[in-house]
Design a protein around this ligand. Sequence first.
Ligand code: B1M
Length: 214
Amino acid sequence: MSIEDEMRQFVEEWDKEGLKEMCKSLIDKGKASPEELLKFIGNIMKFIGEQFENEEIFLPDLIGAADTVKDTIDEILDPAIRKSGGEKETLGKVIIGTVESDVHSIGKDLVGSFLFANGFEVFNLGVEVTADEFISKAEEVGAQVIGLSSLLTMSMDFQRQVIEELKNRGLRDKYIVIVGGAPTSEDWAEQIGADGWADDAIEAVELINNLITK
Ligand code: B1M
């Protein structure tokens, strides 16, 4: 069985300890990097999402799976990535969060971890983050980039609201604003005046690298 298949089994069984122990042991033995394991988690959650959409599993299954991977990300993978990051010079400071009214955290956390692994200093504000919280944190830490995640059609408009609030405060030109999340698109980013859109965590790193060097 492949590493990803074995991890999927733990996720499907909501075996938090099993998944954590497996990931920790693979990292400790040098058999997989935390970045690789994060990628597998992304694939697994996409697979679980498809099963949910096809009504093969139901909401409690989804919540159980999401809770299981969240613990492994928070307690094993993110700390391992941070540890391996050492004292390297930061490429820039990025504020990231899921917008108001939206509790989806997994994709946003993947993006945050990938950015960190690629040399950015990341301030992950969590979920249901208001425009004021994004902007206040960006001002406080002197960030260059604000990253807005949205997984719900109903929450997408809060991405626009953050950009509008930046304009109201005369701060729009001070920050690179990027948006992402399943219901968003390049067109949407353009429509709301964001600086860019990324389809996944790897694209988000490339996009921010390109925008920052411009
Ligand atoms: Co919910 N949910 N959910 N959910 N959930 C979706 C998003 C949905 C598509 C499922 C469906 O019905 N088909 C649907 C949204 C439909 C829509 O509006 N278009 C939906 C719904 C409706 C809901 C509720 C309303 C359900 C209910 O209560 N009736 C509710 C909303 C609660 C709220 O937010 N107020 C809800 C709740 C939940 C759970 C709590 C159970 C759980 C989230 C737990 C958690 O995150 N801690 C959950 C989950 C797990 C999902 C699905 C199954 C999986 C999301 C996920 O983690 N994907 C999702 C269905 C799906 O996506 N197929 C679904 C894996 C992750 C790696 O991918 O998040 O897409 P993703 O992130 C990717 C990219 O999008 C991108 O990079 C990431 C990594 O590659 N990306 C960015 C994301 N953010 C980015 C930011 C960037 C750049 C790229 O720059 C800043």
